[in-house]
Design a protein around this ligand. Structure first.
Ligand SMILES: Nc1nc2c(c(=O)[nH]1)N[C@H]1C(S)=C(S)[C@@H](COP(=O)(O)OP(=O)(O)OC[C@H]3O[C@@H](n4cnc5c(=O)[nH]c(N)nc54)[C@H](O)[C@@H]3O)O[C@H]1N2
Ligand SMILES: Nc1nc2c(c(=O)[nH]1)N[C@H]1C(S)=C(S)[C@@H](COP(=O)(O)OP(=O)(O)OC[C@H]3O[C@@H](n4cnc5c(=O)[nH]c(N)nc54)[C@H](O)[C@@H]3O)O[C@H]1N2
Ligand SMILES: [Mo]
Length: 759
């Protein structure tokens, strides 16, 4: 039974499969970029917009959080950044007439792709209780509605304030201030589903939950390990950095269950040589089984310990804690078990070891392939052990590089978007604004869903994102959302979260990164922090999509005034008029932002301090970098089952679907595909092109099913399968999360594949 497209939805999911690609970018990427951009924006707007992406006087690309190099190209964007920009700068519009023609019951039947393709939201819209149509509403009335529901709560902890990672520093700072003045730390964010495991592991081991390298370090590294990341699709500009590092002599090891085209060969569209032949990026590809990384690094660590002279003893003595206990655990690492856990050959691991021992300076980069498993925090701790052993933290050309996703997800956390804020942050907030912020921890994403499900949270407010599609256990999450009294979304584009609502709902349309932000004191810019802790300004140039839009800071300021009262002593009106006054406050509250306004005026911005990177100082509980000795874990599969990872295609940005192709993997015109190793497929009798239901098995006994996926024989590691998110989120149990970080384990879902009913 191939799934039927939603009624009336012209999008037909009919995947075809061709050979996968072995190189990324090049001329086809330029062609795709321009075609997609022209469809959405027209020719003139395309040129005007794309040329100011990531320029020093332009706007920050809403695509990803990869940093900009000091010397920029005229075109400092990539194919997927251009798609992200085109999505936002599109000329299509979702007007009140659109909502009159499409009741919520109709929107709820549409695909996410169709919803996104309708264009930019133009007016604040309100869905009254019991109604099936959103109707236009004034901003004043919209804020009244939110105030009504917030004041009716018996505790501020019955409200949840979600943030997606595109929100600027200024908006994020104001938003958390408002939530905390209201009296709650319920500030879940997309990071809870993303790099939370990295933050948890790094804070504990090196004292700072962020990466410890700058772009310069990548250029100076001898060895770069890219584990659990697909930069060719998700951080294409990283390929230029890897290319440059290779030109300087670095070698690259890729650890991944999938051979990803971008890591194999990169055809840099900005150089003639790149366009002609390209550069081979990966020197060693370790095709690891899903979840095998901790075992791999543990064995590597044992082998380093066993090699005379391989440990940086002075560094270990001066700067670390817990070495003995760790070494004892590492010495028990076992070849056989490691080869089982990883699916690797002994020679692969030995080659990796030789490369490590021949390298003075090592950087490890990673993304969702390491962070979204039950044991993700121990996986990342083991990576830290690996780097500490040879002194690879806190010196040039070496360090940890968790590659962030959303373009300001790191900055939002720095601004205090966190359900478990540090006491020092709250102290600073208290001192600056003269109120007592709540100290109780709030809900993260998973806990917020439980609270909504159980009727303990009643108002859900989202600053961007698409909560119901991005979250795990889609049916549970949607049912939870429908129990809310009020759901509010500050959004640029239509998405499923607008169609799965509480009793009442609001859509508050906002400016995007590309747009001019005019306030009473004049034109404003905002600031963002990239994956490497560089803070810089972002200034949009386009005319806003509609005259009725408010900026995110303006929305928060007006809402706060309405809810907290005009006599509130935070100068919300001033903040809205002039964002520089917000930055003055950030400068006094957040360490590293001293003299913010002056420093961000410098082209290119400034780097935030990072104690381990800058001075080999580790602000942990022990005052040193901590080795850790967690037992090795890896997923064990029952007979006849596969371990499914849910990942991104080349034509999507999280839940925003740009198109139905995944060019590098050879898949076109459809997203309901499941990639299976041909050997596994043979054992399970799954012919290429047959249709299956994916059924996830979890200890709660509930059967979660995603029907109608085309089987694609694909060279993934044995025992592993892959399918796209968000179609497969229905399979991820709400309670299947990472230990410590509570991140949904969306890269290790145990599934069985059942032949589809009518196949
Ligand atoms: N164009 C585009 N850009 C994006 C995004 C987007 O959707 N589209 N999303 C943004 C966001 S929010 C994020 S967080 C990043 C995500 O960036 P990525 O983390 O690159 O995204 P995924 O597609 O989830 O890819 C996960 C990678 O990890 C591998 N992997 C899976 N399991 C394991 C494992 O157990 N071990 C190892 N070693 N590898 C494994 C997969 O094969 C895959 O290559 O990209 C950001 N940039
Ligand atoms: N199964 C599975 N689930 C996952 C993942 C996975 O790999 N597998 N990845 C997880 C990860 S890493 C992440 S980060 C989350 C992403 O979760 P979210 O950040 O919640 O989701 P997005 O799809 O990025 O949000 C897209 C929406 O954001 C709005 N938007 C875009 N730009 C702006 C803006 O400038 N301002 C405002 N206010 N709104 C804007 C648009 O309305 C758009 O529809 O998903 C997570 N979920
Ligand atoms: Mo992310």
């Amino acid at each position: 039974m191939a799934t039927k497209p939603p009624q009336g939805d012209p999008v037909q999911d009919a995947p075809t499969v061709a050979e996968r690609k072995r190189a990324a970018a090049g001329l086809p990427a330029i062609g795709h970029t321009l075609r997609m951009a022209h469809q959405q924006m027209g020719v003139k707007r395309t040129a005007l917009t794309l040329l100011s992406v990531n320029q020093k006087d332009g706007f920050d690309c809403p695509g990803c959080a990869w940093p900009e190099p000091e010397r920029r190209h005229k075109a400092e964007f990539c194919e997927n950044g251009a798609k992200a920009v085109a999505e936002e700068a599109t000329l299509r519009r979702v007007t009140p007439e659109f909502f009159a023609a499409h009741p919520v019951s109709d929107l709820a039947r549409r695909s996410g792709y169709w919803l996104g393709q309708q264009g930019r939201l133009t007016h604040p819209m309100y869905l009254p209780e019991g109604a099936d149509h959103y109707e236009p509403v004034s901003w004043e009335r919209a804020f009244d509605i939110v105030a009504e529901e917030l004041t009716a709560l018996s505790s501020p902890d019955e409200a949840v304030f979600y943030t997606s990672g595109r929100t600027s520093n200024e908006a994020a700072f104001l938003y958390q201030l408002f939530a905390r003045k209201l009296g709650t730390n319920n500030l879940p964010d997309c990071s809870n589903m993303c790099h939370e495991s990295s933050g948890s592991a790094l804070t504990e081991t090196i004292g700072v939950g962020k990466g410890s390298v700058l772009l310069e370090d990548l250029y100076r590294a001898d060895l770069i390990v890219v584990a659990g990341q697909n930069p060719g699709t998700n951080h294409p500009r990283m390929l230029s950095a890897l290319e440059k590092a290779k030109a300087n002599g670095a070698r690259v090891v890729s650890v991944n269950p999938l051979p990803e085209a971008g890591l194999e060969r990169f055809k840099n569209p900005q150089t003639p040589k790149g366009l002609a032949t390209g550069t081979t990026l990966t020197d060693l590809f370790l095709q690891i089984r899903i979840g095998g990384d901790q075992a791999l690094f543990r064995l590597l660590n044992k082998l380093i310990l066993d090699t005379p002279g391989a440990v940086d003893e002075e560094f270990v003595r001066e700067h670390t804690h817990g070495f003995e206990e760790f070494a004892e655990a590492a010495r028990t690492a076992d070849w056989d078990e490691t080869l089982t856990a990883t699916g690797l050959a002994r020679e692969d691991v030995e080659r990796f070891l030789r490369m490590v021992l021949n390298s003075e300076r090592i950087v490890v980069c990673w993304a969702m392939g390491l962070t979204q498993h039950k044991h993700s925090v121990p996986v990342i701790r083991e990576v830290v052990n690996f780097l500490l052993l040879r002194g690879n933290i806190g010196r040039p050309g070496a360090g940890v590089c968790p590659v962030r996703g959303h373009s300001n997800v790191q900055g939002d956390r720095t601004m205090g978007i966190f359900e478990r804020p540090a006491p020092a942050f709250l102290d600073a907030l208290e001192k600056e604004f003269g109120f007592a912020p709540p100290r109780r921890h709030g809900y993260d994403v998973v806990r917020a869903i439980r609270a909504l499900r159980d009727g303990e949270a009643k108002v859900f407010f989202a600053m961007g994102g698409n909560f119901v599609s991005a979250s795990p256990d889609t049916e549970v999450t949607e049912a939870a959302m429908r129990r809310a009294r009020l759901t509010v979304h500050v959004s640029t584009k239509l998405n499923r979260s607008h169609a799965v609502t509480g009793a009442r709902a609001l859509i508050l349309p906002t400016l995007g990164r590309t747009e001019r932000d005019l306030q009473a004191s004049g034109e404003q810019f905002v600031t963002v922090e990239d994956s490497m802790g560089m803070v810089h300004a972002s200034r949009g140039r386009l005319e806003p999509a509609s005259p009725h839009l408010l900026s995110e800071p303006a929305i928060v300021c007006r809402l706060a005034r309405r809810v907290l009262g005009a006599q509130d002593d935070v100068p919300w009106e001033e903040f809205e008029k002039d964002y520089a006054t917000v930055r003055d406050r950030i400068a006094r509250v957040v360490p590293g932002f001293e003299d913010f306004n002056a420093r961000v005026a410098r082209p290119g911005g400034f780097a935030l301090p990072h104690a381990p990177r800058d001075e080999r100082r580790f602000p942990t509980a022990t005052g040193k970098a901590n080795f850790t000795a967690a037992p090795v874990e890896y997923p064990r599969l029952p007979e006849g089952r596969l371990l499914l990872q849910t990942l991104r295609s080349h034509d999507q940005y999280n839940t925003t679907i740009y198109g139905l192709d995944d060019r590098y993997r050879g898949i076109r015109n459809g997203r309901r595909v499941v990639l299976v190793n041909p050997g596994d497929a043979q054992e399970l009798k799954l012919a290429d092109g047959s249709y299956v239901d994916l059924v996830s098995e979890w200890k709660d006994g509930v059967e979660r099913r995603a029907p109608g996926f085309r089987v694609v024989h694909y060279p993934t590691a044995r025992g592993c399968a892959a399918a796209y998110y968000p179609e497969t989120n229905v399979l991820v149990p709400l309670d299947a999360t990472a230990d410590v970080s509570n991140t949904p384990a969306s890269k290790s879902v145990v599934v069985r594949l059942e032949q589809s009913a009518t196949d």
